[in-house]
Write a protein that binds this ligand. Structure first.
Ligand code: XIL
Length: 473
């Protein structure tokens, strides 16, 4: 990864199991299969409740169908893996690794050196620098060593920068007891324990600009120093816990700012990953359909960074369903892409459509500029025979196409003729994935009330669906 795919397979033939819920999405279209075609990872945490078997089977079905990278919400943190000094507990982490292996998913490890979720016994040594160094080294040696070759990437250091004036975070046992050099050391130890693992610095509020007064600007200076000093850092994780733009008056972050950080990191040969995305609304407010659609566009704008920037390869969401989300504690709600009933939200649609219609820039096609890996098979090469016969030829005004099921469509002017569907739902999206037209109970044909241009149309009937690019003339 990342392998840019020159020809996007608009007609998908990859048959994965359906999401298993009352969703109207068909078995053949998943975020995962489309992400793999685009050479990126798309993922979600396994929520803590999953480890205790406390979630419905639909949850896991959605998770393994839609995602190809996984991280544990809490189960690989310091307090979970070394609850008592020198006594390591890998049970839950092992459970996740096994799940990932069974389902062909990449594993992220989160997190090694963090000020939070540190067990109390560590604080006993807060005034003993030499001992704290030993504690941190021993933890990293053991934990990274245990999952060597199984955990592909680690958040080696998490949230070490303070929020206000960018500087190192003061309230951290590691910072107070050791000093900022705990960071450099942690990377070196992690690299020694698993030389093949990708090592990240992970933090939040990195989407707020790359100037020296913002966290990302401060971080960039540190990354430059680490790279110049040979510290083994391969990636920056942007947590990207953000609020919907209209409900957070203090919101100053943006996908564009995060993209600028990606571009700066590219100059240093360091990757950017989105590691904990959620886009919440303030708790208590009514969230309308158009709010959810706008939220979907923000999800899509962050995905664009991962699709378009050559040094960005991972898009990880901090949860699956709004029902199981940490956001309540932040006074936020509804920040994920599935609703309380595990039904896909408009944000899911926006991501799916964007993954369907993304075309890599021609000049960077098929160039893999980044680090080698991994556990996910590159399926892109297998379907170079799939051609989109419609989109690029602007002279075509009638397109006939056959889908994976029995549905076929034909476009004549603004009229979409549909065969093989008893009662179809027709959705049309613009090339940025924004919904522009929708009709239910369509029998035979529908008049698409949209201006001239290129679009993606999706026709769904029961569990069969067809997605095609169309040119309205
Ligand atoms: C959160 C979990 O989601 C909660 O269950 C837990 O109580 C606290 O931590 N940044 C991180 C994650 O790096 O580890 C945090 O996860 C969310 C913010």
């Amino acid at each position: 990864m990342k392998i840019k795919h020159p020809i996007l397979g608009i007609a998908l033939s990859v048959a994965l199991f359906g999401v298993g819920v009352t969703s109207s999405f068909a078995a053949d279209e998943t975020l995962r299969s489309l992400a793999e075609k685009n050479g990126i990872y798309i993922g979600a945490i396994l929520n803590s409740q999953w480890f205790g078997g406390g979630l419905p089977s639909q949850y896991e079905q959605v998770h393994k169908t839609q995602f190809n990278i996984v991280v544990a919400e809490n189960e690989m943190k310091f307090d979970a893996t070394e609850p008592q000094e020198g006594r390591f507990n890998y049970n839950n982490g092992d459970k996740m690794v096994k799940y990932a292996q069974q389902n062909g998913m990449r594993v992220r490890g989160h997190a090694l050196a963090w000020h939070s979720q540190v067990p109390n016994w560590v604080n006993n040594y807060k005034n003993d620098k030499q001992k704290l160094l030993k504690v941190l080294k021993n933890h990293i040696d053991n934990v990274v060593g245990h999952w060597k070759g199984k955990v592909a990437e680690w958040d080696v250091v998490n949230e070490a920068i303070s929020n206000n004036e960018p500087q190192w975070r003061g309230y951290s046992v590691w910072y107070q007891g050791i000093g900022p050099e705990f960071i450099d050391s942690a990377f070196v130890w992690a690299h020694a324990a698993d030389p093949d693992a990708e090592l990240c610095y992970n933090d939040y509020n990195l989407e707020q600009g790359v100037n020296p007064k913002a966290k990302a600007g401060f971080l960039l200076e540190q990354v430059k120093r680490w790279v110049a000093n040979g510290i083994p850092i391969h990636c920056v994780g942007s947590q990207t816990h953000v609020e919907d733009t209209t409900t957070d008056k203090h919101f100053i972050g943006s996908p564009d700012s995060l993209r600028s950080l990606a571009k700066e990191l590219a100059k240093l040969n360091v990757k950017l990953k989105i590691t904990e995305l959620d886009i919440g609304f303030k708790s208590g407010i009514n969230v309308s359909k158009s709010d959810l659609e706008r939220q979907g566009q923000t999800f899509r704008q962050y995905l664009d960074i991962i699709l378009e920037e050559p040094n960005a390869d991972t898009y990880l969401i901090w949860g699956v369903s709004d029902k199981w989300s940490w956001l309540g504690g932040l006074n936020r709600q509804k920040g994920l892409i599935y609703d309380d009933n595990l039904k896909p939200k408009p944000a899911f649609d926006s991501l799916l459509v964007r993954l369907q219609n993304f075309e890599p820039p021609q000049d960077t096609a098929a160039t893999d500029t980044t680090k080698q890996d991994t556990t996910v098979t590159d399926t892109t090469k297998k379907d170079t025979t799939v051609k989109d016969t419609v989109g690029l030829d602007s002279t075509i005004s009638i397109a006939r196409s056959a889908g994976p099921g029995s549905i076929t469509t034909q476009l004549s002017g603004h009229t979409l003729l549909i065969t093989g569907a008893k009662s179809a739902i027709v959705d049309v999206f613009d090339m940025q994935g924004r919904p522009v037209f929708s009709a239910k109970n369509v029998k035979g044909s529908v008049d698409l009330k949209i201006p001239e241009g290129l679009y993606v149309v999706r026709v769904r009937d029961g569990s069969t669906n067809l997605t095609r690019r169309i040119a309205i003339k």
